[in-house]
Ligand binder design. Structure first.
Ligand SMILES: Cc1cc2nc3c(=O)[nH]c(=O)nc-3n(C[C@H](O)[C@H](O)[C@H](O)COP(=O)(O)OP(=O)(O)OC[C@H]3O[C@@H](n4cnc5c(N)ncnc54)[C@H](O)[C@@H]3O)c2cc1C
Length: 434
């Protein structure tokens, strides 16, 4: 870069996946591009994705995007069709990053490394002539008569167009600290309420050292942490009403529950500060989602009469193909070590209820820091979905998570980063040239 150069066609703020894609697209369209990144290197969050393997996109998206991107999914219609998951795969192939499909349509680089994706994008930035300045946090931006003035701590740059791609507010050590929300607000945009999404859920019973309340009930040293219940039903209940349900593997951690289904439900947690009132927010597990309660009862009853001398724990494991610890969840200190013929009708009904709906109190809203994604952001009502251009200020564009869009886990959030980055890059370059 010519150190004297201070004016560019397009300035992109934030070198995450959406900002890098926006920069590459604008530069490939003939614009001079300055990419300003706060941290010492681009893509720090990208390096963490998919447990370091980078779940780059998801091939199921065109069919399921209405439910997987929640209430603002309609906003994605044009950007998604303009740069579909197949287009994303082809684009990365052109950067020498072949990809493959894994379960549930998830797409990963063959190299199985997020660093390979980050490096390929870095090389492409150099090749297309994007000027990348790291350790350059943007402190302010304002509209001038013929474009934009963008200020970092030590320099002032000007441009015709600006793309804001500063990400959300979670995992702040990666640089995503929510700066973009303030910058957008200063320029007349509305920022909707921010909340954690795709986060583990903390359960009250796990907050003490003894791990969970079942320890006492079962009269034995027993911890759920580390066990996975495959393909169970999960639901979140607020003040006695089911708010949302999801199905999938559930992982017990030292603080509560995680895994795709729990993380999917986390965006519905009330964002009140401090601990929730006892019983007000509950996480309910259905260990047998394919069977109705009556069917479970009937099956259990016939298994019990066929095997009157079998211990209930063993009987539940065998009859419903449950892991031992999952069976223990449905039992208590009294029923743990008794045989089927000793079980009363009342107890049997209680076991059935627990198999279908084991309820745990949720302790509190998960801290934003550990959420994978931020729910809320710059209101999409003020953004053109085709160009990602601001309806409030001319020459301002948005890309990625800074906007009020979040998807479920499985490559959905990176897909949005790529497609919105591409749409913003194309439109900003055209605007700058025009
Ligand atoms: C642990 C983890 C795993 C994940 N795994 C996946 C996955 O496998 N698949 C998937 O689809 N999604 C995944 N996600 C979500 C995904 O990483 C994000 O949705 C995506 O990174 C958002 O991209 P972005 O470019 O909008 O923002 P970010 O990646 O957050 O990038 C924003 C960039 O802007 C910079 N910045 C911020 N403020 C300023 C400023 N003032 N000046 C200059 N620069 C600034 C930041 O330093 C950062 O580099 C994961 C998230 C986490 C935390």
């Amino acid at each position: 870069m010519n150190p004297m150069q201070k004016h560019f066609d397009v300035i992109v703020i934030g070198a995450g996946p959406s900002g890098m894609m926006a920069s590459l697209t604008a530069a490939s369209s003939g614009a001079s591009v300055l990419l300003l990144e706060k941290k010492e290197r681009p893509g720090k969050k990208l390096l963490l994705t998919g447990h370091g393997r980078c779940n780059i996109t998801n091939i199921c998206i065109p069919d399921n995007f209405r439910e997987t991107y929640h209430e603002n999914s309609r906003f994605l219609t044009s950007s998604l069709h303009a740069f579909s998951p197949e287009d994303v795969r082809e684009y990365f192939l052109s950067l020498d990053i072949p990809t493959h499909e894994e379960d549930d349509g998830r797409i990963f680089p063959d190299a199985q490394k997020a660093s390979s994706v980050c490096e390929a994008l870095g090389k492409a930035l150099v090749k297309t002539g994007v000027v990348l300045l790291t350790e350059s946090p943007v402190k302010g931006m304002e509209k001038s008569e013929d474009g934009w003035i963008v200020k970092t701590e030590s320099e002032t740059y000007t441009s015709r167009a600006v793309i804001l791609s500063t990400g959300g507010k979670s995992f702040p050590h990666t640089g995503s600290e929510g700066d973009g929300y303030a910058l957008a607000k200063e320029n007349g945009h509305t920022v909707t309420e921010l909340a954690p999404a795709l986060a583990p859920i903390f359960l009250s019973a796990f907050s003490d050292a003894s791990m969970n309340s079942r320890t006492e009930d079962c009269g034995a040293e027993f911890t759920l942490a580390g066990i996975t219940l495959p393909d169970v039903g999960s639901s979140l209940w607020i003040d006695g009403k089911e708010t949302k349900a999801a199905r999938g593997d559930l992982l017990f951690t030292h603080q509560g529950v995680s895994g795709p289904a729990a993380m999917r439900l986390s965006r519905e947690l009330p964002s009140s500060k401090g601990k929730y009132e006892e019983g007000s927010v509950q996480f309910v597990i259905d260990m047998l989602p394919d069977l109705r309660e009556e069917e479970v009862e009937k099956t259990l009853l016939s298994a019990m009469s066929e095997n009157p001398n079998r211990y209930m724990k063993r009987l539940l494991c065998e009859t419903f193909h449950l892991q031992e610890k999952a069976a223990i969840l449905a039992l208590d200190g009294k029923t743990m070590d008794i045989c089927a013929h000793e079980v009363t009708k009342e107890t049997r009904k209680a076991i059935v209820r627990k198999l279908k709906a084991s309820a745990f109190d949720v302790e509190k809203c998960t801290p934003m820091d550990i959420a994978y994604v931020t729910r809320g952001g710059v209101s999409v009502k003020e953004i053109d979905p085709k160009t990602m251009g601001s309806k409030v200020k001319e020459g301002l564009f948005f890309a990625g998570e800074v906007m009020d869009i979040d998807g479920v886990s499985g490559g959905y959030n990176l897909q949005f980063a790529w497609e919105s980055g591409r749409a913003a890059g194309l439109a900003a370059a055209e605007f700058a040239k025009g």
